[in-house]
Design a protein around this ligand. Structure first.
Ligand SMILES: Cc1ncc(COP(=O)(O)O)c(C=O)c1O
Length: 359
């Protein structure tokens, strides 16, 4: 990113001079790296956005209109639920498939919901509250049998779990850059399968077809108006290159081992109540729990002040998931780990929790 600021600094597609060309190359290289990571044949169908929320909004508002029905799950993040509830106020119909108390998706209820026509099925790849991974390939198969396209929110999995759009069979993939892709905040994107058309959320300058006052009708320009976050995209490209060099499988194995260590440790902590699947192999690198008798906000405060450990507490922007888990409205304490986390850090976290639990 520093190199991009110091040496490049141009605006991609806005001129033919060397700095503009170099900036366009940075953007193109990032798109190619993302395409490789997600097994996308045509990287020009990846639209770069400022986060997964923007990508999801583009997909939802670009596709869903009055009278359309959308199916989703009860464990979605507000980045899906809030646009859907707004679309509902504008005349769309939203069907929410319930989640079970262990966070799993009820496939029977899903199959029932899919029996009536729908414009779209939107779901998360993994719960951001308890980390369980949903059976997306199976779900996409069921949806396609009814002619319903699938939009996947891969915020929690991109970079940390295999995300192959062809193997999963999804039609749109939304991802954020600042989690397991190791990009900076303010980056993300949306991929659309060939043949899918979205109404743009934003229209404006693209550097292409400038003689026309109408928005270009080709990707990515159709959905990418205004000057891009080239510096952020350079960082995202570097992050994705790092993930590709390590291999998602290696990262996944590392996070799985840390997960098993964390869950084993948590079982020894007095008053700890872990949530979700206790098998680390079935979840991404995060875990939610509560300590009986101590509020999540107190646990978070003590961890930060006394131990220098930072975690997320509360409802994690997913109130319906907490309702299904029985942890609404107080929420939980949530820890997450990544490719860079060490076993020593996991042990230190468990030790800190045990100290807090002992009072
Ligand atoms: C499953 C899920 N979806 C969406 C989001 C929103 O991400 P962003 O704020 O980067 O748009 C998050 C972030 O925590 C998430 O975990």
């Amino acid at each position: 990113m520093l190199d991009c600021l110091e040496r490049i600094g141009g605006s991609p597609g806005r001129s033919g001079h060397r700095m503009a060309v170099a900036a366009a190359r940075v953007v193109a290289e990032t798109r190619v790296a993302l395409g490789e990571l997600f097994n996308i044949d045509d990287p020009s169908r990846i639209v770069l956005t400022k986060n997964v929320t923007e990508a999801l909004n583009q997909a939802l508002y670009g596709l869903v209109g009055q009278g359309d029905r959308v199916i989703t799950t009860a464990i979605e993040h507000n980045s899906v639920m809030r646009p859907l509830r707004h679309l509902e106020q504008k005349g769309a119909e939203i069907s929410v498939v319930p989640g079970s108390p262990d966070g799993a998706l009820d496939l029977e209820s899903l199959a029932l919901a899919l029996e009536r026509p729908a414009r779209l099925l939107v779901l998360t790849h993994a719960s951001n509250v308890i980390g369980n991974v949903l059976p997306v390939a199976e779900v996409a198969c069921l949806a396609h049998a009814q002619g319903i396209p699938v939009l996947l929110d891969a915020a929690q999995t991109a970079g940390a779990w295999p995300v192959d759009v062809q193997a999963l069979g999804v039609d749109m993939l939304a991802f954020t850059g600042h989690k397991a892709l190791f990009g900076p905040t303010g980056t993300g994107g949306l991929w659309l399968r060939e043949g899918l058309e979205l109404e743009p959320l934003v229209r404006g300058g693209t550097g292409s077809n400038s003689e026309l006052e109408l928005q270009p009708d080709f990707l990515p320009d159709q959905l990418e108006s205004g000057t891009l976050n080239v510096v952020g995209i350079a960082g995202l490209g570097a992050g994705v290159s790092h993930v590709l060099a390590c291999g998602v499988g290696t990262i996944r194995d590392h996070e799985g081992c840390l997960g098993a260590r964390f869950l084993d440790g948590l079982r020894q902590v007095p008053r700890a109540r872990p949530l979700g699947p206790q098998d680390a192999a079935a979840r991404v690198g995060l875990a939610s729990f509560n300590l009986d008798g101590v509020s999540p906000s107190d646990v978070g405060l003590i961890l930060d002040r006394r131990f220098g450990i930072m975690c997320r507490i509360g409802l994690h922007c997913a109130p319906a998931a907490h309702q299904a888990l029985g942890t609404y409205p107080v929420g939980t304490v949530r820890f997450s780990w990544s490719a860079f986390t060490t076993e020593g850090e996991i042990d230190a976290a468990i030790e800190a929790l045990a100290t807090i639990a002992r009072g």
